[in-house]
Design a protein around this ligand. Structure first.
Ligand SMILES: NC(=O)C1=CN([C@@H]2O[C@H](COP(=O)(O)OP(=O)(O)OC[C@H]3O[C@@H](n4cnc5c(N)ncnc54)[C@H](O)[C@@H]3O)[C@@H](O)[C@H]2O)C=CC1
Ligand SMILES: N[C@@H](CC=O)C(=O)O
Length: 328
């Protein structure tokens, strides 16, 4: 555990930041952003699997009158399941972890109820689009009586990074390895390649529009086409490409939410060929591009592009949430 002494001691502190998960995002936030916290906030403690955050610690700090910001920078479902208890003990939560935002409806509602009953905040801008405020845009349109009809974009930072650089003939496994080394895949890259990371992001955004769906019902293309992610994957991916898009020169993994009067929303994601005039064609590997269709903008005229992947963009999004929580 890092000690508070490693951070600038600050007078008149009111916000105690507790960091759960010091991996790539956590380390990046601690190194680059924690030193810039405003004087009213300080890092109280950091926690990993062997020094887990306990509800008792939260209760003690809360009883001392501190406002607590718990950063969940893990990829752990177990940590996300603690949210209701931590909120009831006095914590505000800031997540990069997508588990709670994409949890089953009952648990998601339990978190919302705990927040309401205890007047606490839960912010999670890092969970979708890193530096691109797509959940916020969807929330704002919905709150302002401009119902969202459809959302589309390259929701996966890692698959975008891979496929903006991959060209037919390359080894997919090599690009996947490089993406993992760059820190933009999930701890288990199968989560990205299998589409489940995108499915979770789609659900997080859908909930901002008042929709809900079961992750198992989403139509998500799984690119884990082989049991090992080496030459076996390369061969299986080449077979898929030749069978489906033999002439394509570029691909993008695109996620979609489409309002469906009968069922609320249809969520899907697939690897699609990209033509030269597509907005995705010239996108830099670390950029995200989203389009939102709403009742007031039915032609999809709301577009947002920005830094959609990478540790700095993600840690920066966590930091923005901290500043927002402090300012509220
Ligand atoms: N890497 C990226 O570009 C982005 C990551 N994220 C999300 O941020 C989260 C963290 O990602 P990374 O830092 O890349 O993963 P990571 O695997 O490098 O770090 C996660 C850390 O959490 C720790 N951990 C696991 N269980 C724990 C527990 N019970 N208590 C305390 N710590 C525990 C692990 O030991 C590890 O150090 C993930 O949920 C990921 O989806 C979100 C946006 C972008
Ligand atoms: N693995 C994720 C990282 C951020 O959520 C992605 O590829 O987008």
């Amino acid at each position: 555990m890092r000690t508070i002494a490693e951070y600038k001691p600050l007078a008149g502190q009111q916000f105690a930041v507790l960091v759960v998960g010091v991996g790539q995002v956590g380390s990046c936030w601690l190194d680059q952003f924690a030193p810039t916290l405003p004087p009213t906030a300080r890092v109280h403690s950091t926690h990993n699997s062997s020094t887990p955050l306990t509800t008792g610690t939260i209760e003690q700090l809360n009883d001392k009158g501190q406002t607590l910001l718990v950063l969940d920078l893990t990829a752990s479902e177990k940590v996300s399941r603690c949210y209701p208890e931590w909120i009831r003990a006095g914590a505000n939560i800031i997540s990069a972890n997508k588990y709670a935002g994409a949890a089953d409806t009952a648990f998601y509602q339990e978190v919302q109820q705990a927040l309401q009953e205890n007047n606490r905040q839960w912010l999670y801008r890092a969970t979708v689009g890193a530096g691109v405020p797509i959940p916020q845009l969807v929330r704002e349109c919905t709150a302002n009586n401009d119902p969202v009809l459809r959302v589309e974009g390259n929701f996966s930072g890692s698959l975008t990074w891979i496929f903006q650089q991959y060209r037919p003939g390359d080894k997919l496994s090599e690009w996947l390895r490089k993406a993992s080394e760059a820190g933009i895949t999930e701890p288990d890259p199968r989560t990205d390649l299998g589409g489940m990371d995108v499915a979770k992001k789609l659900l997080i955004v859908a909930r901002e529009a008042g929709w809900d769906f079961d992750l198992a019902e989403a139509d998500i293309q799984n690119l884990v086409l082989a049991s090992s992610l080496d030459e076996e994957l390369d061969a299986a991916f080449d077979d898929w490409r030749q069978a489906n898009y033999p002439d394509a020169t570029q691909f993008c993994y695109i996620g979609r939410l489409v309002a469906d009067g009968q069922h609320g929303v249809k969520a899907s994601a697939a690897l699609e060929p990209v033509s030269a005039d597509s907005p995705y064609a010239g996108l830099a590997p670390d950029r995200a591009y989203f389009q939102v269709w709403t009742a007031d903008h039915p032609a999809g005229t709301i577009t947002v592009e920005g830094p959609g992947a990478g540790l700095e963009a993600t840690a920066g999004a966590v930091h923005k949430d901290i500043l927002e929580a402090i300012a509220r």
